[in-house]
Design a protein around this ligand. Structure first.
Ligand code: GDP
Ligand code: MN
Length: 398
C-alpha cells in the first residue's frame, strides 16, 4: 500500500524524523482556515500517489491569501499522470539551502535493503542516476546486522553531503531506517531531504510503500492509512465482513462461491442479457468456500441494498460444504432479511447432496424465489426477469 505524502510524513514524525506537517484540505475555505496559524509563504501540495507533482504544477509556494486561494483552485481537480487531485496538503514554507536525496528500498535479488543517497536531490532522481551516476551512492544493508551509526555515516558521506551536516543527516538516516523496518515498508524515500538556511535537516517530501503481506501485523496502521476515497461504499462494507465484492455497472446481482465460478457466472449472465440490450451483472461477489448462512446473509444484504440491482442470481456449488448447508444458509438468510428481501432471486445449486438441498429450498416456500437446475438456464431466467422489470423485450421480440 502506497501512502500519501502527508501520511508518510506523519509516520516519519513518530520516529523522530524532522519534517513539516501542515493540514490536509479539500477546498479553498479549508485552505484559508489552515493557514490561520502559519506564516507565509506556505506550500500548497497536491496529494496524489504519484511522483513529479512539482513539475506538473502540483506544488506551489503561496506568499499571501490571494495566491493561496488561486493555487488551491488551480491544483484541486488537476490531473497528474491520470491521478485526479482531490486533496491538498498546506505546509509551512521552508527556507531551503540545499536539496538532497535519500531512500531505502527492499532489494529482493540481494535479500537485503539498499540505501541510496545523493547530494543532488529535489529533481528527478532517475535523471541523476542516468546523467551523473557518480552522484548517487548505493549502499547495500544487511538486514541481520541492521543499520549502525557507522553505516549511516557512510551513507551520507558516499552521497557526498557536506561534511558539516553529515552528523545530523546520519541521525535522520537511522530514523528513516527504523521506519522502514518497523512498518515493514518496501520503500521509504525522501526527495528532497533539505538543509535549511539555518542548517536544519528536514524531510519535506515523503514516499512510503507498506508491504501488503504484512498487513496482519500492522492492522491499525493499515486502517489508519487505507484510502477508500475511490472505492464504492458497498465494497468497503463487504471488505469489513470478509467478502470479495466488486461493484460493476449492470443490473443483475450475482452471488457465487469461488472466484472461478463467479467469473463464469458473470460471463453467462452477460451473454444471456445481451439479447435484451442492456442487461449485465451488477457486481462480482464471491462468498468463498464455506458459504455459511451468515456470509450468505451478509452477501444478500449488500446486493439487495444496491438500487441498481433488479434481480439476483445465486449460483453456488456444494463441494466440501454440502448443498443442504448451502440451501439452509440461503433460506435462513432470506428469512432473516424478511421484508427487505423483495427482489426476485434465481437460485442454482449443484454438487454434493443437491437433491436434498433443492428440497430445503422448495419446502421453505419463500416468495420471489425460482430455482434453476443449470447455470446457463439460471442465467437466462434471471435475464428474463430483469428484462420484465425494466420493460425490455428481447431481440426475438419475446
Ligand atoms: P514532487 O515533485 O512530487 O517530488 O514534490 P516535492 O514535495 O518534492 O516538491 C517539489 C519541489 O518543490 C521541491 O523539490 C522543492 O524545491 C519545492 N518545495 C517544496 N516545499 C517547499 C518549501 O517549503 N519551500 C520552498 N522554497 N520550496 C519547496
Ligand atoms: Mn519530491
Amino acid at each position: 500500500m502506497d501512502l500519501y505524502e502527508h501520511q508518510a510524513k506523519k509516520l516519519f514524525a513518530r520516529y523522530g524524523v524532522p519534517t513539516v506537517q501542515g493540514s490536509v484540505v479539500y477546498n479553498s475555505e479549508q485552505a484559508a482556515g489552515a493557514v490561520a496559524d502559519m506564516e507565509f509563504p506556505v506550500v500548497v501540495k497536491a496529494q496524489v500517489k504519484v511522483g513529479g507533482r512539482g513539475k506538473a504544477g502540483g506544488v506551489k509556494l503561496a506568499h499571501n491569501l490571494q495566491e493561496l486561494n488561486q493555487y488551491t483552485n488551480e491544483i484541486l481537480g488537476m490531473d497528474i499522470k491520470s491521478h485526479r487531485v482531490r486533496r491538498l496538503l498546506v505546509d509551512p514554507g521552508v527556507d531551503i539551502a540545499e536539496e538532497y536525496y535519500l531512500s531505502f528500498l527492499l532489494d529482493r535479488s540481494n535479500r537485503g535493503y539498499l540505501a541510496m543517497c545523493s547530494v543532488s536531490g529535489g529533481m528527478d532522481i532517475e535523471q541523476v542516476a542516468k546523467d551523473t551516476p557518480e552522484l548517487l551512492a548505493k549502499i547495500p544493508i544487511n538486514p541481520v546486522d541492521g543499520l549502525t551509526r557507522e553505516c549511516a555515516l557512510e551513507i551520507v558521506k558516499k552521497g557526498q553531503l557536506p561534511e558539516e551536516i553529515q552528523d545530523k543527516a546520519a541521525s535522520v538516516v537511522q530514523q528513516l531506517y527504523e521506519v522502514m523496518i518497523d512498518a515493514d515498508a518496501t520503500l521509504v524515500e525522501v526527495n528532497p531531504l533539505v538543509r535549511t538556511t539555518d542548517d536544519e535537516i528536514l524531510a519535506i517530501d515523503g514516499k512510503v510503500t507498506l508491504d501488503n503481506n504484512s498487513e496482519f501485523r500492522h492492522l491499525s496502521l493499515f486502517d489508519e492509512f487505507r484510502d477508500d476515497s475511490g472505492a464504492d461504499f458497498r465494497e468497503i462494507a463487504a471488505k469489513k465482513v470478509g467478502l470479495n465484492y466488486v461493484k460493476l455497472d449492470g443490473n443483475v446481482g450475482i452471488i457465487g462461491n469461488g472466484a472461478g465460478l463467479v467469473m463464469s457466472t458473470l460471463d453467462v449472465v452477460a451473454y444471456a442479457g445481451e439479447k435484451y440490450g442492456d442487461i449485465k451483472p451488477a457486481n462480482f461477489l464471491d462468498i468463498g468456500g464455506g458459504a455459511s448462512a451468515e456470509v450468505m446473509e451478509a452477501g444478500l444484504r449488500i446486493i439487495m441494498d444496491d438500487p441498481d440491482v433488479e434481480a439476483i442470481f445465486v449460483n453456488v456449488f456444494g463441494g466440501i460444504t454440502s448443498c443442504v448447508e448451502v440451501a439452509s444458509g440461503i433460506v435462513k438468510a432470506l428469512q432473516s432479511l424478511g421484508d427487505s428481501a423483495e427482489k426476485p432471486i434465481v437460485i442454482r445449486i449443484d454438487g454434493n447432496a443437491v437433491e436434498e438441498g433443492r428440497k430445503v429450498i422448495e419446502e421453505a416456500n419463500l416468495p420471489y424465489i425460482t430455482t434453476a437446475a443449470r447455470m446457463d438456464e439460471g442465467a437466462r431466467m434471471v435475464a428474463r426477469i430483469t428484462a420484465d422489470r425494466l420493460g425490455l423485450s428481447n431481440s426475438e421480440g419475446e
